[in-house]
Design a protein around this ligand. Structure first.
Ligand code: AHR
Length: 512
């Protein structure tokens, strides 16, 4: 009754009609417990299309400025978003990759066919040393995915020895012969990729046994401690998670999860830049499934791992559209629009909310492939709208997740509804509070009244990402159509914060 009365008063005042004052956020600034692992902001780069070749690797003799063959412009751009880890070499490519082909003098490395991705020649000029050099240049942790599908236990075990053993051994000596005296530190180690599909078409039961075998021989040398990540389920395959957790949880530190957002279907996925509002609505509802997937897989994990020792790692996610017309279908090159920036921001808010279980994620795939953050063409480089979401969200890395309660308006289209706003809040080591907000509604701005509990703040600043149309994207000719600008729509008054989010926007607020 009270609610009806309030609704009537608000309607009379025109408040509901204008969509004002129904969004109510409470941030409990003194109650955070979970750390948002910086690795939630990780990336994935496969030997696919122009991700590695042309994206990172141009070779030492290229006129494009590079350091030991790796593009300087790309390294700088990725450092600016604090890329915390990089997953490599696949993807489906990982279970076809034989690492010994990618070491030693480059002109002597064997060539292979990249059967998964366009049938092109892979000359192996980018291999283990080049990848680990790239990670050192980026200042990020390597995440190597080993070959289970077509590889052997011996091959994987020798790769670990080659990279991490400091002493006399056949593999450590080979590494030294190839110019690297000291071992590298590698923590994140994937034992196969999509072994229910391109990684061997295995059953959950068969892969679980394979995982146990392969993981046994991935040794910890010296003080290098591997964080072994089992190849996880395809979307909602809960039997896969149940089988692995029941029979192999003790041998793993992480379990991967793959979920791509495909607006239409796998035959015709939809265009990256030509879509209407109904397709936008569907895309966002499909991406929101990530929350349900994490919740349900985490519930199974809780049964076998109540201490939450094993991390859930969505190490491939993002939007997957039709390739751009006229491009190689095997190269998975797609444009990147404001819709993608919004989609990424929603997912990152979801991952933050599950920080107790989600310890790493990797958007697919950094450069020129799928939901890329960077495009390159010859010497040119371009930052996509998704890049700018990562730029805004880097403030959450290793910060404390702040519990929130939030009631918000609905975004409605043709009788379908979803929450209009997605939100996440954290406190960093210096005590600054950051709130990231996404106004999913492409038509209406959203006003949010925020109560900040357990803290006194004196100032608010912000940055926002938006554009005139959801389909807007950056091009080499117009690189700044969708980019970050200062945000003036937040005001503090007597300890409470009022924010007006523009339609279809991503906003990051900093409170001190
Ligand atoms: O990211 C493209 C492909 O998607 C990966 O190679 C594979 O793991 C997944 O199916």
């Amino acid at each position: 009754m009270k609610k009806i009365l309030l609704f009537c008063i608000m309607t009379t005042l025109g408040i509901c009609m204008s969509g004002q004052a129904q969004n109510k956020l409470v941030v409990n600034a003194d109650q955070g417990k979970e750390t948002i692992s910086k690795h939630i902001y990780g990336h994935f780069s496969e030997h696919l299309g122009h991700c590695i070749y042309g994206g990172y690797w141009v070779g030492e003799n290229s006129p494009i400025p590079n350091t030991r063959g790796i593009r300087n412009d790309v390294v700088k751009a990725l450092k600016d978003i604090q890329v915390p880890n990089l997953r490599w070499p696949g993807g489906c490519f990982a279970d076809e990759y034989h690492w010994m082909d990618g070491i030693g003098p480059r002109d002597k490395r064997p060539k292979m066919v990249n059967t998964h991705w366009g049938g092109v020649v892979e000359d192996n000029s980018f291999g283990t040393h080049e990848f680990l050099d790239l990670c050192e240049q980026l200042g990020c942790e390597p995440y190597i995915c080993g070959n289970v599908g077509s590889g052997t236990v011996e091959e994987m075990s020798k790769w670990v020895e080659y990279i991490t053993f400091d002493g006399e051994s056949p593999m450590a000596n080979l590494r030294k012969q190839n110019g690297r005296e000291k071992p590298w530190k590698v923590k994140f180690w994937g034992v196969g990729n999509e072994n229910w599909g391109c990684g061997g078409n295995m059953t959950a039961e068969f892969y679980t046994d394979q995982y146990r075998r392969f993981a046994t021989y991935c040794r910890n040398y010296g003080d290098n401690r591997l964080y072994k990540i089992a190849g996880g389920p395809n979307g909602g395959d809960y039997h896969w998670t149940e089988t692995l957790m029941k029979n192999a949880a003790g041998l793993m530190q992480g379990l991967s999860l793959h979920h791509y957002t495909v607006p239409k279907n796998w035959g015709d996925k939809g265009s990256a830049t030509q879509f209407d509002e109904a397709e936008y609505f569907t895309t966002i509802s499909k991406t929101l499934v990530m929350d349900e997937l994490i919740t349900k897989h985490a519930t199974i994990m809780d049964k076998y791992d109540p201490q939450k020792r094993v991390g859930l790692m969505p190490d491939e996610w993002g939007a997957w559209y039709n390739v751009e017309p006229g491009t190689n279908p095997g190269f998975l090159f797609q444009q990147n629009a404001l819709r993608d920036a919004i989609l990424a921001a929603i997912n990152l808010n979801i991952f933050n909310a599950h920080a107790d279980r989600v310890k790493m994620t990797n958007i697919a795939q950094t450069i020129n492939v799928l939901q890329a953050v960077i495009f390159t063409e010859g010497e040119k480089m371009l930052l996509t709208p998704t890049y700018w979401t990562y730029y805004l969200y880097k403030v959450h890395q290793d910060a404390t997740l702040l519990p929130i309660s939030f009631s918000c308006n609905k975004y409605e289209l043709n009788g379908r509804k979803m929450d209009a706003v997605s939100v996440s809040a954290s406190k960093d080591a210096a005590g600054k509070i950051h709130i990231t907000l996404v106004n999913i509604d492409p038509n209406k701005e959203q006003s949010i009244e925020t109560e900040l509990r357990g803290v006194t703040v004196k100032s608010v600043t912000g940055q926002a990402l938006t554009s005139a149309k959801l389909t807007d994207h950056n091009t080499y000719e117009k690189p700044n159509t969708v980019t970050v600008k200062d945000f003036k729509g937040a005001k503090l008054s007597k300890g409470s914060l009022s924010v007006t989010l523009p339609a279809k926007s991503v906003v990051m607020l900093e409170l001190e």
